[in-house]
Design a protein around this ligand. Structure first.
Ligand SMILES: Cc1cc2nc3c(=O)[nH]c(=O)nc-3n(C[C@H](O)[C@H](O)[C@H](O)COP(=O)(O)OP(=O)(O)OC[C@H]3O[C@@H](n4cnc5c(N)ncnc54)[C@H](O)[C@@H]3O)c2cc1C
Length: 406
């Protein structure tokens, strides 16, 4: 049986970007329905390490200090090591530490907040088909599967928050293939017997190897998140030699340069999950009747650790654009696209530049060693990665020369 419903704004996807945009829209009195595939947030290959600025952005959508305390392990530094053993430490705070997030709890909290603000949050509903809006005054149509059957929804505006394989981007003809750097990401949580008490800052790690890198971020409840990224070919080759993704992660984490950490031999606390491919590109992030937020609006690679923060920024810009569009500002959605481009094009360039570095292990070690020696260069690099300084600073020829000159 197919029932019909209508809503002003339909948000497809209830990850951090979709939930945050639903909070903002519903809070501003916009009639909003959110459709999320899974009946409840669950662990999947995704990011947990985020900029110090993330805390403020979550506070701005109504998450109070106690809630943030339960969601975030403060991270005072990221220890970076290169394939040949060069190392440097990127410090964050005090007062503003980077964040190691309890990802599942974050999504639950944001979806509950969206509901509390008045959004209709429909978990366990999959958007199977989407017919874009044809005229300025028309509506888009969504075909949705729920546990109870099929539904047809109409919406004046669609927000695509459906991640790197975005149906909304595909339906509007704006997704573009990414042929270079086809990478896979694998992640799992481990118990950390040496975890500091809750709320006490800890240190994260980023180890760059030959053909892979591994990030280790402390998160709440005495755990670390271990994330490994490698080419799809390398993953296929390793999977053929091991018993599955958990073994691939363990073989990489066992090989990290010392000193040995307690979490390395501890148990996994959830299933190892894989995301493939990681990169997603779009020709534009908005057009008549739709806009894209979070990973749906484009994603390069987790190395720069900006996906979550970007998801929250895009949800802010998108909510402003939707409200301006409702108020009759005909250029609001196009302006959203331009603002997103201006905000993130330099970050994407940094991400592509880092990908080129990864392919040259000797250069990684050289650059890491230079950063270790030069406080000013290191601080600018760490701040640009954490979105605390414009990414353009580390793209400037003068900066690059200072890092790379013999
Ligand atoms: C291995 C890995 C490691 C990462 N590490 C980091 C990191 O350390 N730091 C960082 O900041 N970022 C990291 N990222 C990126 C980060 O996870 C993303 O940027 C972030 O999750 C984007 O949030 P989102 O809401 O846009 O998308 P998602 O989190 O992908 O959420 C999309 C949601 O849409 C739902 N959905 C999709 N299609 C449909 C449909 N048809 N109908 C209904 N629902 C649908 C999905 O179920 C999902 O819940 C990493 C990513 C990966 C894969």
């Amino acid at each position: 049986m197919r029932t019909s419903h209508s809503v002003e704004v339909a948000v497809v996807g209830g990850g951090p970007a979709g939930a945050a945009v639903a909070v903002r829209l519903a809070d501003a009195g916009v009639e909003t329905a959110l459709f999320e595939r899974w009946p409840a947030p669950r662990w999947r290959a995704s990011g947990v390490y985020s900029s110090p600025a993330t805390r403020g952005r979550l506070a701005a959508i109504g998450l109070g200090p106690d809630t943030l305390e339960a969601l975030i392990r403060p991270i005072e530094a990221m220890e970076v090591t290169g394939p040949g053993g060069a190392g440097c430490r990127l410090a964050y705070g005090p007062p503003d530490h980077a964040c190691g997030l309890d990802r599942v709890r974050l999504e639950r909290t944001l979806l509950d907040r969206a509901s509390a603000c008045g959004a209709q949050v429909m978990e366990g509903t999959v958007v199977r088909g989407l017919e874009p809006r044809r005229r300025a005054t028309g509506v888009a149509r969504l075909d949705i599967s729920t546990g109870a059957g099929q539904e047809r929804w109409e919406a004046r505006l669609i927000v695509g928050a459906d991640g790197p394989t975005s149906l909304v981007a595909r339906a509007h003809g704006v997704d573009r293939p990414v042929r270079r750097f086809r990478r896979a990401g694998l992640t799992v949580h481990r118990a950390d017997p040496a975890a500091a008490p809750p709320g006490v800052p800890m240190t994260a790690r980023l180890a760059i190897g030959r053909g892979w890198y591994c990030g280790v971020a402390p998160v709440p409840d005495g755990r670390v998140n271990v994330g490994v990224v490698m080419s799809d070919r390398e993953l296929a080759e390793r999977l053929s030699r091991t018993s599955g993704p958990a073994s691939v992660i363990r073989s990489v984490s066992d090989s990290l340069p010392g000193p040995a950490a307690a979490w390395q031999t501890a148990i996994d606390t959830d299933d190892a999950t894989v995301a493939l491919p990681l990169a997603h590109r779009v020709a534009r992030r908005a057009g008549p009747g739709f806009l894209l937020v979070g990973d749906a609006a484009g994603f390069v690679d987790p190395l720069s650790g900006e996906g979550l923060h970007r998801a929250l920024i895009s949800s802010e810009l998108a909510a402003d654009a939707v409200q301006a569009d409702r108020g009759g500002d005909a250029g609001a959605l196009e302006r959203y696209d331009r603002r997103m481009h201006a905000r993130f094009a330099p970050r994407d360039l940094v991400s592509w530049m880092l990908q080129l570095f990864l392919a040259r292990p000797a250069m990684v070690d050289y650059a890491v060693a230079r950063l270790a020696q030069r406080h000013g260069l290191r601080k600018t690099f760490g701040n640009a990665l954490a979105d605390l300084e414009p990414a353009a600073r580390i793209l400037a020829p003068r900066y690059l020369l200072s890092v790379l000159r013999p």
